[in-house]
Design a protein around this ligand. Structure first.
Ligand code: PEP
Length: 239
């Protein structure tokens, strides 16, 4: 079971350091659950410092380029992340796909470059509201998942775009159905993401093919993030 907090474009270095220091012992209280936080690039170093040596919480970036260096203004390479002590990266988040033109091909290249360099990867897939309503969910998932490499350090996050940051959560049945479908296509673990909160975490994480969660808004606050991690511990123990 994996719980990853995506801080999106929140928490500058000062706040990230303070928040990381508050949650630094959380990973010791989560048997069976790996805890990851994904700060913005500019706050990675401060987060690592706030967590300090020996924290069980791991730090991932929210994106990564596929080359180790080069003329790619505004991008950050896998080796730069590794040098800081960052252990992985999200790729293909729907906000990147929606607002920054991220394509399946780029997501594949980012995932492959990161894995080759030694990072872990959380690769996001998921259909939009229009695609779901048009009955295209499986076709979209099939296309997106087909672009992902198979690797032991890659996990998929199923994040229906209509449920991200909207307060609309997929029902446990919708999540389970999509996760089971993804698992017919790809051997990796599958996290659920989309308005996961303390109130709905237990029922989502209890689904047989839900292997954890990628949490946005509710990961920004200590009590809600800790409550979701506690729900994951229960779900891991019951599995
Ligand atoms: C996310 O950012 O990946 C996410 C799922 O956001 P939220 O939990 O806020 O919907």
């Amino acid at each position: 079971m994996l719980i990853a907090g995506n801080w999106k474009m929140y928490k500058g270095a000062h706040e990230a350091r303070r928040f990381a220091a508050q949650i630094r012992h959380l990973g010791e209280r989560t048997p069976g659950v790996d805890v990851v936080v994904c700060p913005p690039f500019a706050s990675l170093q401060a987060t690592l410092e706030g967590l300090g040596e020996g924290s069980a919480i791991r730090v991932y970036a929210q994106n990564v380029h596929w080359e180790l260096e080069g003329a790619y203004t505004g991008e950050v390479s896998p080796s730069m992340l590794l040098e800081l002590g960052v252990e992985g990266a999200i790729v293909g988040h729907s906000e990147r796909r929606q607002y920054f033109g991220e394509t399946d091909e780029w997501v594949r290249r980012r995932a492959e470059g990161a894995l080759e360099a030694g990072l872990s990867v959380i690769a996001c897939v998921g259909e939009s509201e229009e695609e779901r309503e048009a009955g295209e969910t499986y076709a979209v998932l099939e296309r997106q998942v087909a672009s992902l490499p198979r690797h032991e350090r890659l996990v998929i996050a199923y994040e229906p775009v209509w449920a991200i940051g909207t307060g609309k959560t997929a029902t446990p049945e919708i999540a389970q159905d999509a996760h089971a479908f993804i698992k017919t296509l790809h051997p990796s673990a599958v996290l659920y993401g989309g308005s996961v909160k303390p109130e709905n975490a237990a029922v989502l994480l209890a689904q047989p093919d839900v292997d954890g969660a990628l949490v946005g808004g509710a990961s920004l606050e200590q009590h809600s993030f800790e409550a979701i991690c506690a729900a994951a511990v229960e779900a891991a123990a019951a599995a």
